[in-house]
Design a protein around this ligand. Sequence first.
Ligand code: ATP
Ligand code: MG
Length: 760
Amino acid sequence: MSQTEIATSTPTPAAPAPADHLLAHLNEAQRQAVEAADGPVLVLAGAGTGKTRVLTVRLAYILQTRRAMPGQILAVTFTNKAAREMAGRIAGLIGRPTDGMWLGTFHAIGARILRRHAELVGLKSNFTILDTDDQLRLIKQVIEAARIDEKRWPGRVLAAIISRWKDKGWTPEKVPAEDVGDFAHGKAVELYKDYQDRLTALNAADFGDLLLLCLKLFTEHEDVLADYQRRFRYILVDEYQDTNVSQYLWLRLLAQGERNICCVGDDDQSIYGWRGAEVGNILRFEDDFPGATVVRLERNYRSTAHILGAASGLIAHNQDRLGKTLFTEPPDGDQGEPVHVQGVWDEAEEARTVGEKIEELQRQDHLLNHMAILVRAGYQTRAFEERLITIGVPYRVIGGLRFYERQEIRDAIAYFRLLNQPDDDLAFQRVVNTPKRGLGDKSLQTLYAVARSRGQSLLTASQMIVETDELPPQRRSSLRGFIEDLARWRAQSTTMPPSELAEVVLDESGYTMMWMQDKSVQAPGRLENLKELVRAMAEFETLADFLDHVSLVMDVETGPDEDMVNVMTLHSAKGLEFETVFLPGWEEGVFPNQMAIDENGYAGLEEERRLAYVGITRAKTRAIILYAGNRTVHGQWQNNIPSRFIDELPTDHIDRGDHAGYDIEQDEESLWESAMRRPSFGGRQSNYYRVVEARAKRFDDGSEVYVPVGQGRGVPAIGTRVFHQKFGYGEVQAIDGNKLDIAFDKAGDKKVMAEFVEPV
Ligand code: ATP
Ligand code: MG
């Protein structure tokens, strides 16, 4: 066929209208949501129906039809990662970069606005954004300054109270009398006010302020608000069901100008009620913006019919919901694989089963990037992480730290390292005052000075220092207590199995208690992680074996772009999708989470069920739910019953593989065997001490002082007049190694370290 023939037989089509290609990949309802570019629009639709796609195309459409310049668009996503992905997709759709767009999370955009007007809310434009650690430190200072006992009224509790108030849009003046609560006998509001004053003085803002101060700015400076209302000609919000009150107020103020606001969300996926999100915000949209176009999307493009059927059947058990129809239309009428529900013996078998399935899929050329393990609680990731490491499958943990990188795990391991290797100064520094033993910076500096000048480890230096009066009596006795504890545990470590020892150490050190008294949202998770650590240690014969294992596990490094299995909590999985999703731990108490039910009753249960719905609907082709009949909690076997959510799954969308490959007799036997093999291992290689190079200096009276090599200070003999920083002038009475008995002129008889005195 010649070119001319083509030209004559096929007339050249008219150039498409500029935005047509954008609408080409949308269904009718989605297109409506995009084309209704002006005026308020709410897209209220189930999972996987293309809400995020609608938002992305709508943004591209607004730019392409020249309704607005990038700088005139405000788009809010739930995570920074989602914002980056959206920016990339829009650029792809319109063929040019989208620089200048206000695209990001509420916090990121709030910060950007505040920086431009900081002086109007009492800050300078270079204000610092405090992280949670700094925030807590400051709150503690405020509590102490108010002469309130921080032990009784912990800073963490106040921090949580204040951030809830900020989520609700309450400045100290706006906290309603009935919500003041009994913290420090009703002083929380005063403390909140002090805290805000301190923040201002420090030219700092915390996360909650990024929105709260924006609200203050907008309400107190109409001209500024009017300016933003004009600027943001189009506002778009993803995951609207999870906005809290202050985010909602912020959006409402900004949208009152042009009223071109488009929010997309799904009431069935509201999973942040525990953090102050109010699903009511989405239900109220039509009242807030009368005449709003409400679009419902019913076709799910993500999942197979079986997956969608299972998820829909489950969520139908929630009473407090709007209810929606969802359908999927596979091109060839294929229902896909039913959701697989697999019972296993225990968590080890659970991890093994998942690992095997992953390897099987890998052999069939499935990408690891397309697989995810979604857990209810952070501690559950450990078993999977270790299994994946063992079988050599790379993985990434999204939205959280890998198990052994978590603060509480690092702390606990520092204790164990110190038992195994007393000269491990890094470990010593980490735990000497954790939990608090009153060994603050000043005491530690004294300790460091001695250790440094003598070339000794911190522990050895401590052992010496407690024989002297260098530290005030209270500090000295708590340091002595710490040293004695370490010595006792070290002795026990030769006979006790590692997991038992771990429990002893964590309890007797007060470390577990520290987190039990902690009222922060993270505390229960940390306690669970600690229990999980103790459990993990049961698999090792000696503490040294366990520590070796940890250093190997911690060493696995991975780059961001590699093909890796995704491991994360259900909360972090919101908005994402994967071909294969593993959903382990579907047992009563684990999921639904017992605490969520204890604290929030029926509402808590419904939020858990929404989380289960979010989990299943992440899957495109394969969803595998697992539950274990036994889980070790606190070193104790515990029988678990399958989650009620499993019973709620419609039977025609699932297939069950209960206890496949599990031979009760054999497994019990091997369990018994390994219990019997558990060693009480005496005579283990003793701990070694670093040899410190020193030379002896002999005095006329026959006494000796060991002077570490490199140390320049003069060493006094009996009768020498000396000066000591803390005790002043005195005379050496006796010399015992490095310790001197000195009669001070003012302070009386003291034992001090040789390096802290100067002959005069
Ligand atoms: P979630 O509630 O989980 O956030 P969502 O409603 O935001 O889901 P999207 O993530 O936008 O859904 O879309 C789900 C999947 O369906 C994506 O892979 C998307 O590309 C695809 N999709 C959406 N709309 C269409 C369409 N009209 N044609 C083909 N694929 C589509
Ligand atoms: Mg989405």
